[in-house]
Design a protein. Structure first.
Length: 334
């Protein structure tokens, strides 16, 4: 038989259980990958869900596939940057299982390829830089300009700043060199790491010097440096499988949610379906973070402050928009 004190203890336990359960049910968990852009987006959306819709938010850090598994199991509610081509088989399986719902792209197809500083083609009057390669538009134009990119270690060839050897793009670029007949004109230089590749690009850019390098978007590099993507033959799946002798396929970057969130939270579903950004906006936010040595949270606040018309368009409820704006102004001290 339960005594009066036992009933009190049991009641307390049940109350704590209910309270704990209600907090967990009211918490939205974001997939927090290891790259900056997904973390910035998670904190933009997290700020809106917390201050506009009244949810608690949390961020689960992890690698790409474990986070996708967590999304299927319901440990993660929202995955704001699924780079489909990187995990295509696993992602399609997740969608086919019915446990994961795709809400569309978060920003336009993300490009990658071979970039040059725009001042090579257009010059830069403000910096006193003349256009040294006004006709350089395509990878097939590189041979006539190889001397601009002379490799100090292989002076009879130009230097191409390749992706680090551990990246898939490294070997793809080597295939492209052969397919485009560039082996006689350029030396693919292994930069060793992403940091070294970026440092080489940034250093040459600050000095106004020529360089040609592999990179991709969105990144802070593209937000801080004015670069031009060299043209390649249009992407063709057969050519790509044969020798990579065409442009990189554009990467699809999707928003995905767990099916339970989709079924139980229609207002969040509408908000996330409307959540759209551009490559330029992403590049600028990441560049702000780099320039100020800020956090991904700082970059999220910068985006929310500088792109108010954008995020207000994601939210259909006037009162929610007003709550977010009020919280943002308070956070910024406005």
């Amino acid at each position: 038989m339960l005594t009066r004190s036992s009933y009190l203890v049991l009641a307390l336990v049940l109350t704590l259980f209910v309270l704990t359960g209600s907090v967990q049910a009211n918490t939205i968990v974001f997939a927090d990958g290891s790259w900056d852009s997904i973390q910035v987006h998670s904190r933009i959306a997290g700020f809106i869900l917390e201050h506009g819709y009244g949810y608690d938010v949390d961020y689960m850090f992890g690698d790409t596939i474990p986070l996708l598994v967590g999304l299927q199991r319901g440990d993660v509610d929202i995955y704001l940057e699924v780079w489909v081509e990187n995990i295509e088989d696993a992602y399609l399986e997740a969608l086919e299982s019915g446990e994961v719902i795709d809400l569309g792209t978060i920003f336009p197809d993300s490009p990658q390829g071979w970039y040059i500083p725009t001042y090579l083609v257009e010059g830069d009057e403000e910096r006193g830089i003349e256009a040294k390669a006004p006709d350089l538009e395509s990878v097939f134009d590189l041979p006539q300009y190889w001397e601009l990119f002379k490799d100090p270690e292989v002076p009879d060839k130009g230097r191409f700043l390749n992706a680090p050897s551990g990246w898939v793009a490294h070997s793809i670029n080597l295939d492209k060199f052969e397919a485009y007949g560039l082996d006689d004109y350029f030396n693919p230089f292994d930069t060793g790491s992403d940091a070294a590749l970026v440092a080489a690009m940034e250093s040459a850019y600050r000095r106004g010097e020529p360089f040609v390098a592999y990179y991709w978007e969105p990144t802070w590099v593209m937000g801080m440096l004015d670069l031009t993507l060299l043209e390649e033959p249009e992407f063709d799946p057969e050519v790509w499988r044969k020798n990579h002798g065409c442009a990189y396929p554009a990467s699809r970057v999707q928003i995905a949610v767990n099916k339970d969130l989709a079924a139980n939270s229609p207002r969040i579903l509408t908000f996330l379906t409307n959540y759209k950004t551009t490559l330029e906006q992403n590049n600028e936010a990441l560049a702000y973070m780099q320039e100020t040595d800020g956090s991904t949270g700082d970059a999220a606040l910068w985006f929310l402050d500088n792109y108010r018309d954008v995020w207000r368009g994601w939210i259909i409820e006037t009162e929610i928009r007003e709550k977010v704006e009020e919280a943002l102004d308070a956070k910024l001290g406005n």
